[in-house]
Design a protein around this ligand. Sequence first.
Ligand SMILES: Nc1ncnc2c1ncn2[C@@H]1O[C@H](COP(=O)(O)OP(=O)(O)OP(=O)(O)O)[C@@H](O)[C@H]1O
Length: 250
Amino acid sequence: MGQSLSVRKLEAWYGSNKTLKGINMEIDPNQVTAIIGPSGCGKSTFVRCINRMHETLPGTKVKGEIILDGESIYDQDPVALRKMVGMVFQKANPFPSMSIYENVVAGLRLNGMKSKQKLLESAEKSLRMAALWDEVKDRLNYSGMSLSGGQQQRLCIARALAVEPSVLLMDEPASALDPIATTHIEELIRQLKENYTILIVTHNMQQAARIADSTAFFLNGELVEHGPTSEIFTNPHDKRTEDYITGRFG
Ligand SMILES: Nc1ncnc2c1ncn2[C@@H]1O[C@H](COP(=O)(O)OP(=O)(O)OP(=O)(O)O)[C@@H](O)[C@H]1O
């Protein structure tokens, strides 16, 4: 099941550049939350803080608190945390030397799963959840790179799901895909929210409107407004949100 996230006074830096300036945000479980805002406003930094990836870069700093299902993420081992918080990136990044099957089970192997039977079962389950099973079931031993861009992205989603996270972070997962592959991914996201808490960074406001239950508008490292998607797009409370969604800047 998805778990709730509570972000409190989150600040993040790259060197002396303060990228997040005190974000407070409640993220509901089993919902899709979209993060929108102009380029450079801190969307990627925000999601990268949630699985503690931001801190891994030299010169970065984080302050504040992120609570996942009642527990601070900073009290947890980052490796254990990343089992609970999966991430899918803008550009599909299958491990190039691995087969489709090996890509999906890579995380499980890393976590010590050895039983061939169990690995196979998990691979099938994850590929089914990622709506890719029917397309690849007869060629599991082909290279992950032999798939189309949209299939590769679903493979990466299957790989993230295999370790059974409760939160799925997606940083512009469809921006490199054609409209048909994008529709596939959007449909998949709608289905996955039954079992996951999903946070998606998107540049595409129509996409946010199509798939997100709630939408957060970031500007200059601040969270300007967060609310039900329909409200953000039809009746925003803040003038800056209105200016952005009506295309006055960004
Ligand atoms: N690796 C990095 N080193 C230094 N500064 C960085 C790095 N990555 C991002 N930044 C800076 O942090 C700020 C926020 O960047 P971030 O990538 O979070 O924004 P974004 O809203 O996701 O942008 P985009 O929509 O263009 O992807 C920007 O000013 C950016 O230049």
